[in-house]
Unconditional design. Sequence first.
Length: 136
Amino acid sequence: MNNVKKLELSLFSLRLGVFVVMIMWTIDKFLNPGHAAAVFDRFYLISSLSVELAYGIGFIQLLVVLGFLFGIYKKWTYGAILFMHAVSTFSSWEMYLDPWGPRNLLFFAAWPMLAAIFSLYMMRDQDNFLTLKKSN
């Protein structure tokens, strides 16, 4: 296997791993909009997120996440995933101040994922394995 194929498979594995996390957060907005409202209230300082708004955000996020999975409009979909995860990571800053508090240690998993998404964004033109659009 040549280096180009190795790179494409490596980038695909990162894209697939990030997709798994992002699709679960997307599905959560549909299956448990109350949890989405609690997250928005706690971390994004947006209170009273309605069920309808949670569904709307979930629908837009679903389009972006599927575009990301299939490599469509990479500059925009990869960039949107990077933005969403960066906001999520940085808005959780209080959790990093007390890493051994209840469940706070799990928040540190956001940092390697952020690095993976940044790498995917930077290498998006080389991420061509199982994409619908080979170039951006």
